[in-house]
Design a protein around this ligand. Structure first.
Ligand SMILES: C[S@@+](CC[C@H](N)C(=O)[O-])C[C@H]1O[C@@H](n2cnc3c(N)ncnc32)[C@H](O)[C@@H]1O
Length: 313
């Protein structure tokens, strides 16, 4: 169930905050394409299921005002708190919830269906920059990797308790890492001597047993971190439930847009948008960022946007 105790209406909140929060560093990806597909109009009620730094939420909110608003969800309480400050004055309501529970949130606020839903999957640059969360490879903070640190188990505990075969399967399945067995063996060997508790320790371990790929600048630890992050947050489970449930939250012709960052996600979205009888696929091929966008925002490099619209009953 969504933690609606954190449900807030930022439109009317002008109380002074004691905590000073910095401006978000996350740059919204494929912003023009998202606006074209969701086509926000004054009076629309739209959902941003992945608030993050609030970039897409802000762009949508400006366009649905004065009568409409954006309902923005995130599992991360820190993202919610920052948005309350950074988006104050815009037509935004925020709630700490998993996007797969959207239907429950809508019921709670008395809405049947919305004009559009956006999911921008994965983690934000703000989470990556927070050294206490363990998302960045050089962090000496705890290897946590949860979007909501009050739910589930941290990555270090998973690494401590899984058998070598299970570790290898997880790293292979969610990281598509071909050196998964080698990494799993090294984890088991290392943890016998001392526990692996920080991101810097895991990153160093992976780098010591995975060769650098020629011509690629990505860190050797990238795929392994992705695998543990996906596992501890049950990201595929949430996406599968969302793809099943969100079409029922849309008004006729309402748009469902999803930005994914790796093939595991994109495959699921493609399959659902092509085969779900409730939806009409709007993107035969995924929309990719232009070279200019990738230059300006390297994080957009692997983004793929797909969209579908709700067929009238
Ligand atoms: C890529 S960021 C979104 C960035 C945002 N679109 C922007 O422009 O600033 C993804 C966000 O979604 C959140 N998130 C990931 N999975 C979620 C889920 N199942 N439910 C709700 N939020 C989720 C993460 O905590 C993160 O803040």
């Amino acid at each position: 169930m969504p933690q609606t105790s954190l449900y807030r209406d930022t439109c009317f909140s002008n109380d002074a905050k004691i905590v000073i929060m910095s401006a978000p560093i996350h740059i919204p990806v494929l912003a023009d394409e998202v606006l074209r597909l969701l086509a926000p109009q004054p009076g629309h009620v739209l959902v941003d299921g992945t608030l993050g730094g609030g970039g897409h939420t802000g762009l949508l909110a400006e366009r649905v005002a004065p009568d409409g608003y954006v309902l923005a969800l995130d599992r991360d309480a820190a993202a919610i708190a920052a948005a309350e400050q950074n988006l104050a004055g815009l037509a935004v309501k925020v709630a700490q919830a998993n996007f797969c529970d959207l239907q429950d949130v809508l019921t709670e606020i008395g809405i049947d269906a919305v004009d559009g839903v956006l999911l921008d999957l994965g983690l934000s640059s703000d989470q990556l920059a927070d050294r206490e969360r363990g998302f960045s490879f050089d962090s000496d903070g705890p290897l946590d990797l949860r979007f909501d640190p009050s739910e589930g188990e941290p990555a270090w505990r998973l690494i401590e308790r899984l058998a070598a075969d299970d570790l290898a399967n997880l790293i292979y399945l969610y990281g598509e890492e071909r050196f998964s067995r080698r990494i799993a063996r090294k984890i088991v060997q290392t943890r016998r001597a001392s526990p692996i508790r920080t991101s810097a320790e895991l990153a160093q371990l992976v780098r010591s047993c995975v060769p650098r790929s020629r011509g690629h600048s990505i860190d050797q630890a990238t795929r392994t971190f992705q695998a543990f992050r996906i596992a501890v947050n049950n990201e595929m489970g949430a996406l599968d439930k969302a793809l099943e449930r969100i079409p029922d939250c849309l008004k006729p012709h309402g748009c469902f847009a999803v930005i994914s960052f790796h093939s595991l996600e994109d495959r699921r979205v493609k399959q659902a948008f092509r085969s779900d009888p409730r939806l009409e696929n709007l993107t035969k091929k995924p929309i990719r960022p232009t070279e200019l966008e990738v230059q300006r925002n390297p994080r957009s490099r692997s983004a793929r946007l797909r969209a579908a619209s709700r067929r009238p009953d």
